[in-house]
Design a protein around this ligand. Structure first.
Ligand code: RIB
Ligand code: CA
Length: 316
């Protein structure tokens, strides 16, 4: 029997590129949501690593969830990675042990389309480059209408990380992001504007490590690696981007958001991959052919979000 609390948890399919923070997002989605499935995409590291990392994360946490392998390359952009942040294999220097699981399929796009048709009240949360989501939209143009919500960790109205104005997930496959923003409105954009305010550091890693479970020790190792990299950039803690996007779905009241047209820049020499967010008053743009509007997330009760992420890890 489903308890009332379990029934209230949103159904989530997570598209990800594990990735240190993606792995913590898997644990967060499994605890605070009902994790229906995981799809993997090329991003932080190559598809074989992101897929292996999704499988090993589910294995370490004892999650009964399928993993489906997705796109190995961006639609058009050259293949880039973020190994300098996430490590050569994508999960830092954490000892992973033997993998005893395999993928449920090599067709993440089919899984996304089939699940959107068959599962009611489903939230698609994409926390890597949007290649799979764009391909799913090509296969099923009505995909967005079948979903209760489409939330991405990506972009930023007034922030960038891989360039002064572009965030990695959008920058790594901007053509895919452009398709998603143009054809799957409304997208809830959990971008750097808010994720740069949700920072986990040594105290959170200690809380995770002291829980003493395989999953909490695993996550503590990921976080410790992440904020060691961040300290090289002068930061004292690590933004846990992807898990923040999960909490934006499971605990939306903790976030401040507003609706704005967003388009993805594809051609600018210095701005390719920028999520151009029109914050002008609606009356000022009423006469213009406005692009679709999306829910841009600006701010959060950061400590509450941090505590929910730690809760998920120590409960895994
Ligand atoms: O820019 C942050 C995003 O890029 C996160 O999803 C992180 O995992 C990397 O993929
Ligand atoms: Ca990611």
């Amino acid at each position: 029997m489903t308890t009332d609390r379990a029934a209230a948890k949103p159904r989530i399919v997570l598209d990800c590129d594990p990735g240190l923070d993606d792995a913590i997002a898997i644990l967060t989605a499994a605890h605070h949501g009902r994790l229906v499935g995981i799809t993997t995409v090329n991003g932080n590291v190559g598809i074989e690593h992101t897929t292996h990392n999704a499988l090993i994360t589910a294995q370490v946490a004892g999650l009964d969830v399928e993993v489906h392998r997705g796109a190995a390359r961006p639609l058009i952009a050259p293949t880039m990675d973020a190994a300098r942040i996430h490590g050569a294999t994508g999960l830092g220097d954490v000892a992973l042990g033997e993998l005893r699981r395999s993928v449920a399929s090599d067709d993440a796009v089919a899984f996304l389309c089939d699940t959107a048709r068959s599962v009611d009240d489903l939230h698609l949360v994409a926390v890597g480059p949007l290649t799979n989501v764009a391909l799913a939209l090509r296969r099923d143009p009505d995909l967005r209408s079948r979903l209760a919500g489409l939330t991405i960790m990506g972009g930023g109205a007034h922030a960038g990380n891989v360039t002064p104005v572009a965030e990695f997930n959008v920058w790594a496959d901007p053509e895919a992001a452009a398709i998603v923003f143009r054809e799957a409105a409304p997208v809830t954009m959990v971008g750097l504007d808010v994720t740069h305010k949700v920072l986990l550091g040594g105290s959170e890693a200690s809380r995770m490590r002291s829980a003493g479970t395989p999953a909490s020790r695993f996550a503590a190792g990921l976080l410790e690696y992440a904020y060691d990299r961040c300290r090289e950039f002068g930061l004292e803690a690590a933004p846990v981007h992807d898990a923040t996007a999960i909490i934006a779905v499971t605990h939306p009241h903790l976030f401040r958001r507003s609706s704005h047209p967003v388009t993805v820049e594809l051609h600018g020499e210095h701005t390719r991959g920028m999520t151009v967010t029109d914050v002008r008053p609606p009356a000022a743009i009423a006469a213009e052919p406005a692009p679709p509007a999306h829910d841009v997330v600006w701010d959060a009760d950061a400590q509450a979000v941090i505590d929910l992420i730690v809760e998920a890890v120590v409960s895994a």
